[in-house]
Every structure is written in C-alpha cells, then in structure tokens.
Design a protein. Structure first.
Length: 508
C-alpha cells in the first residue's frame, strides 16, 4: 500500500471553469529486436537478473558500441507511420546523468538531431457532440537505449525512500528504445485526459501493426510519461508542467492526467506556483506524488557520441520502407468494421482486447464473424485474463477456433461441449477433432438414447410431466435440463424438447 499525504485538489468542473489544459506525452517503446541497441546481448524478457549483459552494456572500460541495424529500420518505419520526416543525417549523443540503473553514467540517445521529426497522429474521442478527431503533432521520435531496472526492497511504498536496500538488474540496460515526443497538445479542453488515453491507445495499435514491439505496457515494453500544464486562458503562455513518469496502462494515463489537473489547479488557485518536477503515479490511491525537480536539457551536458558514426539513411531505402508499410490501423479498422457490419462499440471491444488480427484470421478460416468474436472475446479472453497472458499467446490458433465453430454449425457440438473442446485444445490435447475423439465428446442426436433419457427424467418427476400435459409447456425446461445433465450436456436440447412434447402428446 502506498503511503501518500493527500494534497488539495479542485473538482474537475472547477478546473475547467478556471483553466485551459495543455498536454505533452512522451512514449518510450522497447523494440522487439533479438539483440540490444549497441551490443549482441539477447533481449528476452524474464531472464534471471544480470544474465544478459556484456562489457558494452555494462559500460566497462575499452568496450565499444555498434548500432543495431534492425533498430534503425524500426525507427524509420515508426517515423513513416507517424507521418514524420526522416533525417538524411543524424547522430547519437551522450546524455550525462548519474543513476544506479545507468552503468555507464550516461545514456546513449539522440539530442538535437533525431532520426524522425515533424509528424502527427489523429485520434478520435467521444465528446458531447459525438466523435471528434484531435490531431496530436509529433515533435520527434528518436533512438536511444533503455536503462536497467532497480528494485527497492523493504519499506511500505516499493520506492527508494524508506527501503532497506536496492537491487539492480542490468538485463534491460541497452535494449533499443524509441522515444516518441509530442508537441504541446492544446485545444482539448475538458477532454484532455481522454485525448491522452486515445493517443497512447492509437499509438500502441499502430506499433503492434508494424510488428516493431509487443507493446506490453504491463511488462514495460511501452511506457508513457504524461506531461500536463494549466493556464488561465488559451491566449496565455504555457504554464509550468509536471511530468508523471512511467504510467503503465491506458486507464492510468487518463486517471493521472485528470488528477494532476485537479492538483495543479488547487495550487494555482491558492496563489502558489506549480513546481516543474517529475511525479510518481500511485495506482492504488489514484494520486501522484513528487519525485524530483525536472532537469532542463542543459543539465544533461549533451555532446556527440564519439564512439558511433552518424547515420545517413538513403532516400531509396526510406522509400522502400514506406512502400512496405502495412495498412494504417485506422483505415483497416474502418474497412473491417464496414465489412462486418458491426457497431462502433463492438469494434472497440475487438480492438481493445487485442483480438482484431485473431478474429479476422478466424473469419478467413471460414467462421462467421459474430461467432469468431464470441469465442475470442468471451471464452478465450477469460482464459487469457486468468493466465495473465495476451490472447495471441494462448496455445490455440484461429484455424482451431474456426473448426470448433464449424462443428457447432454442423450440430456435432453445442456451445457447452464446444467450450470443453476449446479447454482441451488449450490443455495441449491436440486439434479440436482430436479432443472430440479423445474425450468422447459430441452431441447425442440419436432418438433412441434421447427417448430413454427423457423417460427416466419423466419417471423421476411425475408432477412436472403432469404440468406439461395440462398445457404448462414452460415446465418442459425442467425435463430438458435433467436430460442435459444425464447426458453430460451432450444432448441436442432442441431435439430433446421436441421428443419430450411428442412423448406427452402436447403441441407447442
């Protein structure tokens, strides 16, 4: 549990009555390369601490960096997808600061010469007047390396203050990062928190579509630093900003921005000044707390990295990468939604669950889109949530799901048995057909066994049988349920009902 001292806040309505918010978002994206940015160490997540390190990423004397070519290509593809200009010549710089998770005491980054600059990303937000498009302008997207990971042990907050000791894992140090920095985003008004959330969501979708990162926020593959400042009116100069660091979920991006607006407004209304600082987001309490005063660029003493040559991507290469970009996610989403004929709400559910590729692939395997959505967004989404994994990481393919649905359509399975088949596939028992055969599953549709089960159920509940004979057809549900139970859910419920009413001489 975080220990925080509550700060004064205004209501959100009071904020909007007195101030104009301006956003700034910095998103760090870990690239999905096999090796680190400047050395050959692997980047696999979850390895034992300090087992994926070498003299270069540990900053040992005499070690020299070499640029990861795949990371450069990924950076260019990201820039192109964000409508950026791509530099004809750029270079790395040393960003100097001491912190325990920076083994070199500087970070190799880009400063005044980024590889990508001057872009934009349009996002849609639901407003009181309907859907509205906000353009978020991109100032730059530059390459750098990630830091190590510090764990503070003991204490109540999990932070360095009050901890008994700290541990540092350098496995993450040197992993390729792209930092995407927006220009100040003005004109969002009361929708500033929603615009921030929508931007990060749209960016995550775009990056996933490019295949450059797994964008798993819970693992730190995508991290957002959320900046916000307030001013009295849109004609005033920008206010002093705060930067809430490493917000790691879409929901938290919105909540952190909203809270900081209410906190800063209370500071300004009291006559005090907002401190330019970094702040920590506390998911449990929904507040931010002060970190450290924010450094300006000159404090980092940037200078060109002497151990790396400049990067000069040829225009021919850039255009080849542009031509090979996948379909824009927004365009694809609109195309798929139109072809499926579903609502904005239903489409948002597919996209937000990370199931768009899976559902589309399942439809391509022959399943109806409604059925494909049903399986991926219900049964399989629940399983993924229980296992703490992404849908795509489940050991089941779109072809498997399409086959299960085909068996349902053919009458071989009903939904209840189909869920058992999916369970078997997930358990590694083979294909859907293997599971059906191995577990002895399948709908019982032969009249002989069904009539025997019906007679047994009627004999056990003569009062229910009498109700049905007297015209209370709704009571048939109890007998159908008993038959379904005795056949372990493998009876065709519709056929059972028809045979039951026929047996009792009752018309529907």
């Amino acid at each position: 549990m975080s220990i925080t001292t509550p700060e004064a806040v205004l209501t959100y309505d009071e904020v909007m009555a007195n101030f104009d918010p301006v956003l700034g978002l910095e998103v760090h994206v870990e690239l999905g390369t096999n090796t680190k940015m400047f050395c050959g160490c692997p980047t696999e997540f979850g390895a034992d601490p300090n087992t994926q390190v070498c003299p270069t990423c540990l900053g040992l004397p005499g070690s020299l960096p070499v640029v990861n070519a795949v990371a450069v290509e990924s950076a260019i593809r990201i820039g192109l997808a964000l409508n950026c200009s791509i530099a004809e010549w750029c270079r790395f710089a040393r960003k100097n600061y001491f912190y325990p998770d920076m083994p070199k005491n500087f970070q190799t980054s880009q400063y005044d010469e980024p590889i990508c600059f001057e872009g934009y990303l349009d996002v849609e937000v639901e407003t009181d007047e309907g859907m509205r498009t906000f353009r978020v302008e991109i100032e730059r997207a530059h390459m750098e390396e990630d830091t190590g990971k510090t764990s503070h042990q003991g204490g109540a907050t999990g932070r360095i203050h009050g901890a008994d000791y700290s541990l540092v894992d350098y496995n993450r140090a040197g992993i390729p990062l792209i930092e995407i920095v927006t220009k100040p985003v003005a004109g969002t008004g009361k929708y500033a928190p929603q615009v921030a959330k929508a931007y990060v969501a749209a960016l995550r979708e775009l990056l996933r579509g490019l295949g450059v990162s797994d964008v798993k926020m819970e693992q730190g593959s995508l991290r957002c630093d959320a900046n916000i400042s307030l001013r009295r009116s849109p004609s005033d100069p920008l206010g002093t900003r705060t930067e809430t660091k490493n917000v790691n979920s879409l929901r938290s991006v919105e909540r952190a921005i909203r809270y900081e607006m209410t906190r800063q407004a209370a500071v300004l209304q009291s006559g005090a000044k907002v401190t330019q600082e970094t702040r920590h987001w506390h998911e449990d309490t929904g507040v931010t707390t002060s970190g450290r005063e924010k450094s300006d660029a000159e404090d980092y003493r940037y200078f060109p990295e002497p151990d790396l040559v400049p990067i000069a991507p040829s225009r021919e290469w850039v255009e080849e990468l542009r031509a090979a970009l996948p379909e824009n996610p927004a365009v694809r989403r609109a195309r798929v939604q139109s072809s499926w004929g579903i609502s904005d709400f239903d489409m948002a559910a597919v996209v937000n669950s990370g199931a768009l590729d899976l559902v589309e692939a399942t439809v391509a395997e022959g399943a109806d889109q409604a059925a494909a959505r049903k399986w991926w967004l219900s049964e399989l989404a629940r399983t993924a949530n229980e296992r703490g994994v992404e849908l795509i990481d489940l050991p089941i393919t779109p072809a498997d799901v399409a086959r299960v649905e085909a068996l349902v359509v053919a009458g071989t399975l009903n939904d209840k048995i189909a869920r058992q088949v999916i369970e078997g596939v997930l358990a590694g028992e083979g294909s859907p057909d293997d599971v059906v055969a191995g577990r002895g599953l399948g709908v019982v549709s032969d009249d002989g066994p069904l009539l025997a089960a019906i007679d047994e159920a009627l004999a056990a509940s003569p009062d229910v049988a009498e109700k049905i004979r007297s015209g209370k057809v709704a009571a048939a549900g109890a007998i159908v349920g008993a038959v379904m139970k005795s056949t372990r859910g493998q009876a065709d419920a519709g056929r059972v009902r028809a045979l039951l009413l026929e047996r009792l001489g009752v018309a529907e």
